[in-house]
Design a protein around this ligand. Structure first.
Ligand SMILES: C[S@@+](CC[C@H](N)C(=O)[O-])C[C@H]1O[C@@H](n2cnc3c(N)ncnc32)[C@H](O)[C@@H]1O
Length: 244
C-alpha cells in the first residue's frame, strides 16, 4: 500500500515545518527535541499498538508535545493520555493523534483541513507530513495561542483561523484530506463538499456513542468506514466569544 512506503528522511526533507529548510530532517528534529528525546521515542511505542506509517511515527517523534501544553502538564506530556489545554478543551492522547493521522493515508503533497485546532499539536504533526495545513478553531483564545505557538516553533505551513469550522474553510478548499478533532452528530455536508474527489476525511461522529469514521470520496460515490469507538468533545456549530 502506498502510504506504507518508507519516506526519504535523508536531507532537505519534505518533513519539517513548511518543508523548505535545507537542514537534514534528523538534525532539525533534534533541535526541537528540547531535552526530551527519550520520552518522545518511548511515546512512539504507539508503533507497538499498531501504528505503522513511518512518516507518522517520525512526525510524532519530532513535535515537542510538551510545548503545546500548559506548563503544569509538561511532565506528563508524553504519557498516552488526553490532557487539558484550557478553555475546557483537551488535546487527544498521542495514540489517537497518530491513529487518525495514519488513517488519512497521507503521501506528502496534500492540502489538509483540520477542524478543531485546540493547542495546535495535531496541526504541527500534520504539517511535517503534507504541503499545507488549514486549521479552524471556534474558541478565540485557543486559536490565538495556537497561531503564536506554531509561528514561534516554525511550523510555517500551518494556517489558523478563528471560526466555526463545522462549515470548513470554503475559501481555501477543496482539500485532499480533512481531519475532525471534535465530534459532530452527523457528517457535515459542508465538509464533504470541500473534500476533493479521491480525498479522505477522518473524524469522530456521534453524540453519546461516537466512532471515528473514514469517508472516502470517489466520483459519484462516498465510502464510509467505521474505524474506532471513541469519546471526543462535540463539534460546536456557532462561534464562541473569548471568555478571558
Ligand atoms: C479534542 S480538541 C482538539 C485538539 C487539537 N487538535 C490539538 O491538537 O490540540 C477539539 C477542539 O475542537 C474545537 N471545536 C469544537 N467545535 C468546533 C467547530 N465547530 N469549529 C472549530 N473548532 C471546534 C474545540 O474548541 C477544541 O479546541
Amino acid at each position: 500500500m502506498k502510504h506504507e512506503k518508507s519516506p526519504d528522511y535523508s536531507g532537505a526533507g519534505k518533513l519539517g515545518p513548511g518543508g523548505s529548510s535545507s537542514m537534514p530532517f534528523e538534525y532539525r528534529a533534534d533541535q526541537r527535541m528540547n531535552g526530551r528525546r527519550q520520552e518522545r521515542f518511548q511515546m512512539a511505542q504507539i508503533e507497538a499498538r499498531g501504528v505503522r506509517d513511518r512518516r507518522v511515527l517520525e512526525a510524532m517523534r519530532s513535535v515537542p508535545r510538551h510545548l503545546f501544553l500548559p506548563q503544569r502538564y509538561s511532565k506528563v506530556a508524553y504519557a498516552d493520555q488526553p490532557l487539558p489545554i484550557g478553555y475546557g478543551q483537551t488535546v487527544s492522547q498521542p495514540y489517537i493523534v497518530a491513529y487518525m493521522t495514519e488513517a488519512l493515508h497521507l503521501e506528502g503533497v496534500e492540502r489538509v483541513l483540520e477542524v478543531g485546532t485546540g493547542s495546535g499539536y495535531q496541526a504541527a504533526v500534520l504539517s511535517l507530513m503534507v504541503k499545507e495545513v488549514y486549521t479552524v478553531e471556534t474558541v478565540k483564545g485557543l486559536a490565538d495561542k495556537a497561531t503564536k505557538r506554531l509561528r514561534e516553533l516554525g511550523y510555517a505551513n500551518v494556517h489558523v483561523k478563528w471560526a466555526d469550522g463545522y462549515s470548513g474553510w470554503p475559501e481555501k478548499g477543496a482539500f485532499d484530506a480533512i481531519l475532525g478533532t471534535a465530534a459532530p452528530p452527523d457528517i457535515p455536508h459542508g465538509l464533504l463538499d470541500q473534500l476533493r474527489v479521491n480525498g479522505r476525511m477522518v473524524l469522530p461522529v456521534g453524540e453519546w456513542i461516537q466512532e471515528i469514521l473514514r469517508i472516502t470520496k470517489a466520483s459519484g460515490d462516498i465510502r464510509t468506514e467505521r474505524l474506532l469507538p471513541v469519546r471526543f468533545v462535540p463539534m460546536i456549530h456557532r462561534v464562541k466569544h473569548d471568555t478571558l
